[in-house]
Design a protein around this ligand. Structure first.
Ligand SMILES: [Zn+2]
Length: 170
């Protein structure tokens, strides 16, 4: 039988981890929005772009894109503030410090290849065990917040939260 592993709206068991995932998504969306904003501003600030000047229609389109990107980012900033307000205080401080130092993304899903997705240095095995047990951990090298999703935690060996059925050997 195939099991379809979609996981019902995550946040059932680990609200804080669902929160980190949501925050990570919102951060990525904000960065995408900022990219659009700076692109539009750069184009609008250049009256005679090399090659082909922007037409009035193009300028209007750029202005529309700029305004909608700014509006969407304002909404996302509000969502981020709401999530940060729910966040564990220690993690929030770490998050704010990382942003202050420009270490973004500050929150990274640990993908199980053993390395931090930010600094690409290897997380020591005992810290990986701790990460899977706790669900989130600061990278010992760069301090970025690494997290694992609930499904991976349950599936990971050594999580040891409940007794597992005996493993068969082939
Ligand atoms: Zn790191």
């Amino acid at each position: 039988m195939k099991s379809i592993d979609q996981g019902p709206s995550s946040a059932t068991a680990e609200p804080s981890l669902g929160l980190l995932g949501r925050l990570s998504d919102i951060d990525a969306a904000i960065r995408g929005g900022e990219h659009i904003v700076s692109h539009c501003r750069a184009r609008l600030a250049t009256p005679q772009p090399v090659g082909r000047p922007a037409t009035t229609t193009e300028r209007e389109a750029l202005e529309t894109d700029l305004l909608s990107a700014l509006a969407r980012n304002a909404e996302r900033q509000a969502q981020r503030r709401a999530l940060l307000a729910e966040m564990d205080a220690t993690l929030r401080l770490a998050y704010e410090e990382l942003h202050g130092r420009g270490l973004v993304p500050a929150i990274i899903q640990f993908d199980g290849n053993g390395a931090c997705g930010g600094c690409h240095l290897r997380v020591p095995p005992q810290r990986q065990v701790e990460l899977r047990r706790r669900g989130a951990l600061a990278c010992p090298h760069c301090g970025r917040i690494l997290y694992v999703v609930a499904g991976e935690r349950a599936a990971s060996p050594g999580a040891g939260r409940r007794s597992r059925p005996l493993e068969r050997e082939a």
